[in-house]
Write a protein that binds this ligand. Structure first.
Ligand code: HDE
Length: 703
């Protein structure tokens, strides 16, 4: 008994406490059996992690409680500033390997030996949304690759769209301010469908090519695994003799291109805001490693001089049909991160990280980026020593005289922390004109002026080329996206200004957008900075549909099942999808699963209201007759079917499930397959290679 007559508070002994947390990779000196003992950050073992230290059972907490204070202090400081752009992202580890030596065009060590693997870390991202925003926002995707080469880190910080909004980095803060939430109200989040964005774009004609790209389905990719990546700028490759070749970098997904449709994207954001990150995580964890091939467009000075656009203008592409993309290697992502914060959040990409054999051009956007990325890391990571963080540290030996500063983990050893010094070999590293990075000695003269090069001024020809390169459904999606976004714009003048630009891109597109907006009469076309708008040939490489997959590999079939579902049919379907390299996921009235027709109990992955069809590339409805009756009265089951139909997906059904399809408004067409036996399964699987029945869209969308 205590002097107050109360029972002393029982302090649980370590034997009473079940510790389930891992050690986070730290070394614990103390352990009880296999379980490490919880300690403070300074290693002091903790006896009670449930109760703070108090003066009496109901008394105030004591300042003396170092463990409590340390815990709360650390928690209070867990956040770092999110990236000002590309805040939401997802990373993974992997490797790059060249298919052949590129020593003829570059001295870059990672390209010298066919088949030699270089470790990489890749982070995909959206641009405008905050860290917690949904994955399927209509937005450009970042595609940033850090190569840990033997001659230092090379960061190829690209996007999934090969052009950009602006030509000069000085406009970047304006662009991003306009795109993000409006500053007074703090919304809308993660979307460009608002006045400020379109106000800025409509006043920035150089953005027109990119405006067409972002209104295409490129900005709502099916997942990271199905999108291209681009270095965007023209870079240089420099070989051992010092000869330079211009290069544009491309990443081509092995699985082909695929995107969502807009209404599907909107609903996916509600059903699973983490759709893209979950997809990447699941694929890697399942051993289905995502893969891209590296392609190079190579050209010389004479091509650059003759090309009708300036190769330093990041709002323009070089069509692949003109300069073919040569495939030179592959990138494989085969390991998820151990810790999201440590790796994905703390990774610091910097465009200025190029290795010997790779160099910049004078693209004014790239030049500006080379300033920005270093600067931003200081803000985000809190000090100059962010290269000490494991995900940012080179994997090759490195040596320099940088020292001290916040969180210094490594300092120069020994007496020498400067050079030149006369301490001989003990004096530390020395520069090497032979091995060190040599800037390409480009001839430079010029008058110091704030100016843009003349050829940058054609803002419409490539926008038109992009538009005419699309298939009909893709053109319709671009029109629909403009109408959707501009319908969210409250100021009629801004809508009108955008239509005025579109008149210079494609008259029919402009008219359809104007009609969709109820805008009449048509405005006059915008005054082009350069009066000549050239009709360029279509470039099939710019279409997603034309570069889609031929099979269901890497895709997911959602199968709606109930008690009594045909076991033989489900097995045949599963086997066939498996053989294609796809995945089958079961959706049922209860997540515990169903009893199939053969009596086998089969667990489900999703309960029907948590697994809408927007999560799947195609669906099969295998409800039994009784199950069908049950589901006909379940709104989410009807939505499952109706949405799959509206999103032009292929739908298979068991005869017993037909009433559900009827009730959901499914009209029979070439994308709806009744499965009565193995032959039908085969036909269904063959159709799945196309992924969508685009013709159906015309029958399900009328406004
Ligand atoms: Fe970025 N960009 N950017 N950007 N960017 C950043 O750097 C910037 C541009 C891109 O996963 C920031 O570390 C300027 C083009 C990606 O960590 C910042 C300009 C392209 C990522 C920055 C551009 C990109 C960023 C914010 C105009 C495609 C995410 C956080 C001149 C080629 C990297 C950070 C990751 C991130 C500046 C334009 C791609 C502020 C000034 C063009 C993929 O430094």
């Amino acid at each position: 008994m205590s002097s107050t007559g109360q029972q002393p508070l029982k302090t649980a002994s370590i034997a009473d406490i079940k510790i389930s947390r891992g050690t986070g990779g730290e070394t614990h000196q103390i352990a009880e059996g296999d379980t490490p003992v919880l300690t403070t950050a300074h290693g002091i073992p903790v006896a009670d992690d449930q109760n703070s230290l108090k003066a009496g059972e109901r008394g105030p907490t004591l300042i003396e409680d170092g463990h409590f204070r340390e815990k709360i202090f650390h928690f209070d400081h867990e956040r770092i500033p999110e990236r000002v752009v590309h805040a939401r992202g997802y990373g993974a580890h992997g490797f790059f390997e060249p298919y052949r030596s590129l020593s003829d065009i570059t001295a870059a060590d990672l390209f010298q030996r066919a088949g030699e693997k270089t470790e990489v870390f890749v982070r995909f991202s959206t641009v405008a949304g905050n860290k917690g925003s949904p994955d399927l926002a209509r937005d450009v995707r970042g595609f940033a690759v850090k190569f840990y080469t033997k001659e230092g880190n090379w960061d190829l910080v690209g996007n999934n769209i090969p052009v950009f909004f602006i030509q000069d980095a000085i406009k970047f803060p304006d662009l991003i301010h306009a795109a993000k939430q409006e500053p007074d109200r703090g919304f809308p989040q993660a979307q460009t469908a608002h006045d400020n964005f379109w106000d800025f774009i409509s006043l920035t004609p150089e953005a027109m090519n990119m405006a067409l790209w972002i209104m295409s389905d490129r900005t709502i990719p099916r997942s990271f695994r199905f999108m291209e990546g681009f270095g965007v700028h023209t870079f240089r490759l420099v070989n051992a003799d010092g000869a330079s070749t211009f290069v544009k970098f491309h990443w081509k997904p092995k699985l082909g291109l695929q995107s969502k449709v807009w209404n599907e994207a909107v609903k996916t954001n509600g059903a699973d805001p983490d759709f893209h990150r979950r997809d990447l995580w699941d694929a890697i964890q399942a051993g289905d490693f995502p893969e891209w091939e590296l392609g190079l467009q190579l050209f010389d000075d004479s091509f650059a001089d003759e090309f009708p656009f300036d190769v330093l203008d990041a709002t323009k592409i070089i069509p692949e049909e003109l300069v073919p993309v040569q495939i030179v290697g592959r990138l494989v992502l085969d390991r998820v991160v151990d810790n999201f914060f440590a790796e994905t959040e703390q990774v610091a990409f910097m465009t200025q990280n190029v290795v010997p054999g790779i160099d910049f051009t004078n693209d004014p956007l790239l030049q500006g980026r080379n300033f920005s990325y270093l600067d931003t890391q200081l803000k985000r990571l809190g000090g100059p020593n962010f290269s000490h963080i494991p995900v940012n540290a080179p994997r090759c030996p490195f040596a320099h005289f940088q020292q001290d500063g916040h969180m210094a983990m490594r300092n120069p050893v020994g007496r020498a922390n400067y050079e030149p010094n006369s301490w001989g070999p003990a004096g530390g590293p020395r520069e090497s004109p032979q091995k060190g990075f040599q800037t390409f000695p480009e001839d430079m003269t010029g008058v110091k002026r704030r100016v843009r090069a003349e050829l940058f001024a054609d803002h419409y020809s490539q926008a038109r080329q992009f538009y005419i390169s699309q298939t009909e459904p893709e053109q319709t999606h671009i029109k629909d996206a403009f109408v959707f976004e501009l319908s969210k714009v409250e100021t009629p003048e801004i809508r009108g200004r955008m239509v005025a630009h579109l008149l210079n891109v494609d008259k029919a597109l402009a008219e359809k957008v104007a009609d969709g907006l109820g805008l009449s009469p048509l405005p006059k076309p915008a005054d082009p900075a350069r009066p000549v708008i050239t009709d360029l040939p279509a470039s099939p490489a710019l279409s997603i549909v034309k570069n889609g997959p031929k099979s269901f590999k890497g895709r997911k079939l959602g199968v709606l099942v109930t008690d009594g579902s045909d076991a033989k049919l489900l097995k045949a379907l599963t086997k066939a999808i498996d053989a294609e390299g796809g995945l089958v996921e079961l959706i049922a009235p209860k997540v515990g699963g169903v009893k199939l027709s053969d009596g086998e109990a089969t667990p489900a992955k999703q309960k029907v209201n948590g697994g809408p069809s927007v999560l799947y590339d195609a669906v099969a409805i295998l409800a039994s007759a009784d199950g069908c009756k049950l589901l006909m009265n379940e709104a989410t089951a009807r939505d499952f079917v109706a949405d799959a139909f509206a999103h032009a997906k292929f739908i298979a059904f068991a005869p017993s499930a037909k009433p559900l399809l009827d009730k959901a408004g499914v009209e029979p067409d070439d994308g709806v397959f009744e499965l009565t036996g193995a032959g039908d399964v085969k036909t269904f699987i063959a159709a799945l290679g196309e992924l969508r029945l685009w013709d159906r869209e015309k029958t399900v969308h009328t406004v």
